[in-house]
Design a protein around this ligand. Structure first.
Ligand SMILES: C[S@@+](CC[C@H](N)C(=O)[O-])C[C@H]1O[C@@H](n2cnc3c(N)ncnc32)[C@H](O)[C@@H]1O
Length: 233
């Protein structure tokens, strides 16, 4: 069952990779870039620190963090889908950015990583993992003491709340309708299901505290459509 979901998620992202950035910009009206910048601003990566962007996709966060931690630090982008990671690598070449390291790996299968990180970020990745709790535990294990982690994702709002109704309308009428024009309807229909299985803000905070994080804060964005979870070890 777990393996099936992993393969299903990997296939989805390999399939949509060629249109991923284009559709992200279109479907979020460009706003995802502001939210990613907000996440990085909240995390405040510093020159000299070691960071990792987990579930990096085409690498938006990794590129933002590389501006902050270079030249003395490091940033690695990790993703399990080869096609989407290839797009990140091509973007690096176009931007002449040789600073970011890219690694193909399943986040939940990272064991005995050679180093610990000052900071870890993840955007729209946690919801896609087989097991959210395992994902947060993995982040905890990969962080140095006092390290910080930040997650940007859809907010699982209260059922039938205004923001929940708006989210459903947006996903069904805008996201799925537009993605169908590119023959990617089923892949984008998956988002609504993944949000309904995703913990809400209080549950995320509880999981983080149980895993051992000293501090856990959650902020909603755009009237509760998105959320940012910030954790300190
Ligand atoms: C919605 S995309 C987000 C990409 C990027 N972080 C962004 O915000 O644009 C989710 C990414 O998570 C990756 N992913 C899903 N499950 C993963 C796993 N278990 N290990 C590593 N990457 C995973 C997918 O391949 C995909 O690139």
């Amino acid at each position: 069952m777990k393996l099936t979901k992993t393969i299903e998620v990997k296939n989805i992202f390999n399939k949509i990779s060629y249109k991923y950035d284009f559709l992200n910009n279109l479907l979020s009206f460009g706003l995802h870039r502001l939210w990613k910048r907000k996440l990085v601003n909240l995390l405040e990566p510093l020159n000299g620190e070691d960071w990792v962007d987990l579930c990096c996709g085409t690498g938006d966060l990794a590129f933002l963090i590389s501006e902050r931690v270079s030249p003395r630090g490091s940033i690695t982008g990790i993703d399990s889908a080869e096609e989407i990671l290839n797009i990140a690598k091509n973007k690096s070449e176009l931007k002449k950015n040789k600073f970011i390291k890219w690694e193909i790996q399943d986040v939940l299968e990272i064991n005995d990583y050679p180093k610990k990180f000052d900071g870890i970020c993840m955007s729209y990745g946690l919801r896609n993992l087989n097991n959210v709790e395992e994902g947060i535990k993995k982040v905890f294990d990969l962080l140095k003491d006092k390290g910080r982690a930040g997650f940007l994702d859809f907010n699982h709002s209260t059922r039938n709340s205004l923001s929940n109704i708006f989210q459903k309308i947006y996903l069904r009428l805008i996201v799925v309708t537009i993605s169908r024009l590119f023959n990617l309807g089923p892949e984008y229909e998956y988002i609504e299901k993944s949000i309904s299985n995703f913990p809400n803000k209080n549950e995320l905070i509880n999981i983080a505290k149980e895993v051992g994080f000293k501090k856990a804060e959650y902020r909603t964005i755009l009237g509760g459509q998105m959320g940012i979870l910030i954790l300190t070890k």
